[in-house]
Design a binder for this molecule. Structure first.
Ligand SMILES: Cc1cc2nc3c(=O)[nH]c(=O)nc-3n(C[C@H](O)[C@H](O)[C@H](O)COP(=O)(O)OP(=O)(O)OC[C@H]3O[C@@H](n4cnc5c(N)ncnc54)[C@H](O)[C@@H]3O)c2cc1C
Ligand SMILES: *[C@@H]1O[C@H](CO)[C@@H](O)[C@H](O)[C@H]1NC(C)=O
Ligand SMILES: *[C@@H]1O[C@H](CO)[C@@H](O)[C@H](O)[C@H]1NC(C)=O
Length: 501
């Protein structure tokens, strides 16, 4: 442990401040009343009532709770009120009022942000649920998605048409936050990140202007919105290139800990040598609720059957559960449910590697074995999970315009997603410290493995809030700062939490 601390000091992380201004609860409530008067009847404002004894009060309180709710309880806060805008004009009125009154606020799509305060607030919680368009235009080959959609619903709704927008790979993820951060999808090997296929953003700027942002109408904002998160205003809808989708193959398979060595070898071989761009893999280590280490894979093939042999290294390992087959995309996505017990707190942290070499894979697995018992010692039932993603060598070369994220595309790099969970708020800082130490240790392992991973971008949608913004936006920061100064000179979006440059 002593040598650990030494390593830790060399890579000390700096903290990032989220919301920049605070108003009293009374002031926020007054602003809620102002919002109520300013918005059209299509939109809704929900102020929690002290008692939910009356049916109307109970209904209000339940919408208020749903608007505030997040996948991780640690990402949920009690807001002064929630607002469900229904039109871009109402979002415009709303953002102007929030800016003028300097009221802290948050914008929520699917509520899967794993950093506290990134889409939650004690001020005004905006929930985008009423932006629920899913519109396929066959002639132009494009699909418009409202900023309140959840990916699994998008897949189900589009399935009869034989098209889709490549998005989240497991249930529950919001279209908006996912797309604003980058977007690793099941066919990234074929089409790149989801930001690479966005053609148009309908954006409500911090000054209230409603604009259509395309490659030609506004190249700067088009670049900035592609990975630049919630720094430039509120997006109401996204237009994407549509892709055909038919029956796919794959699903979830799990193995016992005794199969770990075999599994590690299969994963690093697949990651380094897979050349079929229709194939994809997300693999993970976790502990089951009994503290038993477990290993698993979600396998994917963009077609009804993978070529013979492609996934054999995984299919030949003795499994403990398997739900693999030819199926619809929505069924494959549903095969890996992400339901958490109520009150589950958690953070993600991330690393990027050039390649999942055997040394890296073994080190990642060792982190699970190392931290699993340590988080359990802090709190019974706490879990330390690690997920690795395999992509082929050219998957970052599909963009036709520059993107805010990633700032580096000259060589393949692959993400690691760390996911620790617990339930007692008093353990937040301790477990966050473990996650930071783990990333530092893996950075050292990568360096010893000949991978200078400190140069690589960290994925904003997996990053822990203590990560330095320079690790996320790197060489793009000067351009992003210049665009930010033009679009949001009053830093209205700074009243919300999120990555800042
Ligand atoms: C279980 C799970 C699985 C995941 N799987 C994947 C995956 O397969 N691939 C992948 O790439 N990522 C994945 N992620 C990461 C995911 O992309 C991020 O959590 C993402 O931010 C979630 O988007 P959201 O809309 O649900 O989140 P939210 O919490 O609603 O929003 C995230 C951020 O976006 C901002 N935002 C939301 N809506 C708007 C808007 N309309 N305008 C401006 N800003 C807005 C919010 O303010 C917040 O800062 C996963 C996360 C989880 C928890
Ligand atoms: C998983 O194991 C069961 C039982 O041994 C076996 O019948 C099944 O085919 C395996 N699944 C896969 C996808 O190989
Ligand atoms: C396993 O991880 C721990 C903690 O990061 C580290 O101290 C140890 O050296 C690792 N062991 C191996 C074999 O990698």
């Amino acid at each position: 442990m002593a040598s650990w601390k030494k390593i830790g000091a060399a890579f000390a992380f700096t903290s990032v401040v989220s919301a920049t201004s605070v108003v009293s609860a009374t002031t926020a409530l007054q602003v809620c009343a102002q919002i109520q008067r300013a918005l059209s009847p299509a939109s809704g404002v929900f102020i929690p009532l002290a008692s939910s004894a009356s049916p109307a009060g109970a209904a209000t309180n339940s919408i208020y709770a749903a608007d505030n709710a997040h996948w991780f309880a640690s990402s949920t806060q009690a807001s002064a009120c929630t607002v469900e805008p229904a039109t871009a004009a109402d979002v415009s009125a709303l953002i102007k009022l929030l800016g003028q009154t300097k009221t802290p606020f948050a914008v929520k799509g699917g509520g899967h942000a794993t950093n506290p305060g990134y889409s939650s607030t004690t001020g005004v919680q905006i929930a985008m649920t009423r932006f629920n368009a899913v519109t396929y235009d066959k002639k132009s080959g494009t699909i418009v998605l409202g900023a309140g959609k959840i990916w699994d619903d998008v897949y189900t709704e589009l399935e009869p048409l034989g098209v889709f927008v490549p998005g989240g790979r497991v249930p529950g993820i919001g279209v908006a936050g996912y797309t604003l951060g980058g977007g690793y999808n099941w066919i990234s090997n074929q089409i790149g990140l989801t930001v690479d296929i966005v053609l148009e953003y309908e954006l409500v700027k911090p000054n209230g202007d409603i604009v259509c942002v395309t490659k030609t109408s506004n190249p700067d904002l088009f670049f900035a919105l592609k990975g630049g998160y919630n720094n430039f205003g509120i997006v109401t809808q996204f237009t994407y290139q549509a892709f055909p989708i038919g029956k796919v193959w794959g699903g979830l398979i799990t193995y016992g800990i005794a199969q770990t060595a075999e599994f590690n070898a299969a994963f690093s071989a697949f990651s380094a040598h897979a050349t079929d761009p229709k194939a994809a893999l997300v693999s993970g280590y976790g502990l089951d609720p009994n503290g038993q280490p477990a290993v698993g894979n979600i396998m994917f093939y963009n077609g009804p059957t993978p070529p013979k042999g492609l996934f054999d290294a995984f299919l030949n390992i003795k499994n403990t559960s398997s739900d693999i087959g030819t199926r619809t995309l929505s069924s494959l996505v549903a095969s890996a449910p992400q339901d958490l017990p109520a009150g589950t707190r958690g953070f993600f942290n991330t690393m990027s590697f050039f390649e999942y070499t055997p040394a890296i894979v073994n080190a990642v697995q060792n982190e699970t074995a190392f931290w699993g018992p340590r988080v359990t010692a802090v709190e019974a039932g706490a879990l330390a999970g690690y997920h690795m993603e395999a992509f082929e060598s050219t998957f970052l070369s599909h963009n036709t315009t520059p993107t805010a994220w990633p700032f580096y595309r000259s060589k393949k790099f692959v993400p690691l997603q760390m996911q620790f969970t617990w339930s007692n708020p008093k353990n937040d800082d301790i477990i966050r410290g473990f996650m930071e130490q783990s990333a530092i240790h893996l950075t050292n392992v990568a360096n010893q493995d000949g991978q200078q991973v400190q140069e690589l971008p960290l994925y904003p949608n997996y990053g822990l809030f203590t990560s330095p913004p320079a690790r996320i936006y790197g060489s793009n920061i000067p351009r992003l700062q210049a665009i930010k100064a033009q679009v949001d000179p009053q830093n209205v979006m700074g009243l919300a939490g999120g990555w800042r440059f």
